[in-house]
Write a protein of this length. Structure first.
Length: 197
């Protein structure tokens, strides 16, 4: 399995985004210094795609496949892409507050700690559907790890399209998110333009 080992703060700096979107509270003290270069239209489009891939932890091939799926769905391809990214199982675990970062959420799913509708799912890219019940398996619920995670993520707001029960480490997908519910600094229209070339 391919793993992205890029230093997070360095990558955030180069993409011009805040590490908070990744669930990281650290701030980089360094400033990105660029010679007065004007970024081309292609450069802007590429940066938006890289931003989306980096935030959700998706590599190029799966990202392209998701985009192909988004184009076949009804509605606008860009919005569909963001909704599909948001409905990934690792992202839902992160949004429910059962992981500090999306990378940690991915590891939790990989290690078979997550049940979807009572069945163990260890595929981080699994797309959840409205009505799905997502929970941490019984054996893992009592571990110190989840107590520590909940202590850190307690103040994090759970999006309105999800319902979280922190006492039982359980969550329900009430409905699919709309673009307004997805607070990610990505201009998906630029990604659509990039792929339609």
């Amino acid at each position: 399995m391919a793993v992205n080992k890029v230093p997070v703060l360095k990558r955030c700096r180069s993409l011009g985004m805040d590490p908070v979107y990744l669930g990281i509270d650290k701030k980089s003290k360094r400033q990105l210094v660029r010679a007065n270069k004007k970024i081309s239209e292609y450069g802007l489009q590429l940066r938006e795609k890289q931003k989306a891939k980096f935030i959700y932890g998706v590599l190029e091939k799966p990202f392209r496949n998701l985009f192909a799926r988004a184009q076949k769905m009804q509605g606008m391809a860009g919005e569909n892409l963001m909704i599909l990214l948001e409905l990934r199982l690792d992202n839902v675990i992160f949004r429910l507050g059962y992981a500090r970062t999306r990378r940690e959420a991915r590891q939790i799913v990989d290690h078979k700690h997550v049940l979807v509708n009572g069945k163990c799912v260890n595929i981080p890219s699994y797309t959840v559907k409205p009505g799905d019940v997502i929970e941490i398996r019984e054996k893992s619920k009592s571990s110190q790890r989840y107590k520590d995670i909940l202590a850190v993520t307690e103040g994090r707001l759970v999006p309105e399209w999800l319902e979280a029960d922190h006492d039982n480490l359980k969550g329900v997908v009430k409905n699919a998110p709309t673009r307004e519910n997805i607070e990610v600094p990505v201009n998906e229209m630029l990604i659509v333009e990039l792929y339609s070339k």
